[in-house]
Design a protein around this ligand. Structure first.
Ligand code: PLP
Ligand code: COI
Length: 356
């Protein structure tokens, strides 16, 4: 794929203090953009200065939400290399989302090339400090000016990047999570397994309520029986009960997280018993009452491994592991970030170094 590159003539100052970055607020100098139409397919790939795009107010995405996205990170190692973590998995998942939302797929090699060229051009925007990284947001949406309901004929694929610190302002301290019983996020047959804006729009009312009660995020239950645990707003969820590590099985309503599968693979390699199965919130409360619930943690690109210190279900606020990070969570965090920043050997072959 040919990519036309236009460099900015007005580079922005690169933030010096990584500790003040926060998450997703600052954007680097360039973006990748590629249009699609039925006649030409994906064409005219371009990297250009980050800036506003112009859309018709009738653009279909604004009305019916035909949009998909991904989230991954570029990490700077101590020796100055810049590298990605299992990026092909993100673009494979983007295409799974594309199928569900009737969006034309993007060849994984083309998406990888676009991402690599963009990160190379904005390499100075990859933060230097531990725990900070360049968050990468690829997304695709329908732009036809049409107010009828049908799949679009015209799309944009855009990648923007954002130097970011930890997703939660609390960093590695355990988060408080609120079990949502009124709203549901997704149901089987719906779009839960995809990364599409609509899933996040559906989650906002619950998240708002959780924030009002001083909880960081919502733990979603299944949309039919409201009994089985699904996932958290921006993370998959794991429970350590006695010596078993349990995470909800993927049945179409949960996002198949790349951190989730990586955590499963690592824990299995370490010899833990890992089970993907349905787990009800009652079972978790019972385990907690009986002292068997040892750890709860979330997994996600933005959140990495995030220990859950308090899980609130109705009137029952369960404190887990004394509101401290548990041993398995810590080992996973150290290993994943160790691999991502090349502090430990990448035995799993997960890292893709960007070649300059
Ligand atoms: N679940 C949801 C709803 C998410 O938004 C995310 C974040 O991407 C995840 C789970 C974790 O997925 P991953 O590990 O691929 O980032
Ligand atoms: C991610 O972990 O990459 C996410 O997309 C989470 C979020 C910011 C929606």
């Amino acid at each position: 794929m040919d990519i036309k590159i236009t460099k900015t003539t007005a580079p922005k100052p690169i933030p010096k203090d990584d500790s003040k970055l926060g998450f997703g607020r600052v954007f680097s100098d360039h973006m990748f953009i590629m249009p699609y139409d039925r006649e030409n397919g994906w064409h005219n790939a371009e990297i250009k200065p980050f800036g506003d795009i112009s859309l018709s107010p009738a653009a279909m995405v604004l009305h019916y939400g035909q949009e998909i996205f991904e989230g991954l990170k570029a990490y700077r190692t101590a020796s100055g290399d810049i590298q990605l973590f299992r990026p092909e998995k993100n673009f494979e998942r983007l295409n799974v989302s594309a199928k569900r939302l009737v969006i034309p797929e993007i060849p994984v090699e083309d998406a990888m090339q676009a991402l690599t060229e963009l990160v190379k051009l904005d390499k100075d925007w990859v933060p230097h400090s531990d725990g900070a990284s360049l968050y990468i947001r690829p997304f695709v949406f329908a732009v036809d000016p049409f107010v009828g309901v049908r799949p679009g004929d015209y799309y944009y694929f855009i990648i923007i990047t954002s130097p970011s610190g930890p997703y939660y302002s609390t960093g590695l301290s355990p988060v408080g999570i609120y079990v949502e019983e009124n709203y549901v996020r997704a149901v089987k047959g719906g779009m839960g397994y995809t990364k599409t804006g609509g899933n996040y729009a559906a989650s906002l009312a619950g998240q708002d309520e959780a924030h009002k009660q001083n909880f960081s995020q919502v733990l979603w239950l299944d949309g039919v029986e409201r009994k089985y645990v699904e996932e958290v707003g921006a993370m998959n969820i794991f429970f350590v009960i006695d010596d078993e590590i349990i995470t909800p099985v993927l049945e179409g309503s949960v996002l198949p997280g790349i951190t989730r599968i990586s955590a499963i693979e690592l824990c299995k390699k370490w010899g833990y018993k890992v089970t993907e199965r349905k787990i009800s919130i009652e079972e978790i409360a019972r385990a907690h009452n009986g002292g068997a619930l040892k750890e709860v943690f979330g997994t996600g690109t933005a959140a990495v491994i995030s220990p859950v210190g308090v899980l609130k279900w109705g009137d029952n606020a369960m404190t887990i592991n004394d509101d401290k990070m548990g041993d398995i969570s810590k080992k996973l965090y150290d290993t994943l970030t160790g691999i991502q920043y090349s502090k430990i050997p990448d035995d799993m072959g997960w890292v893709r170094k960007i070649k300059f």
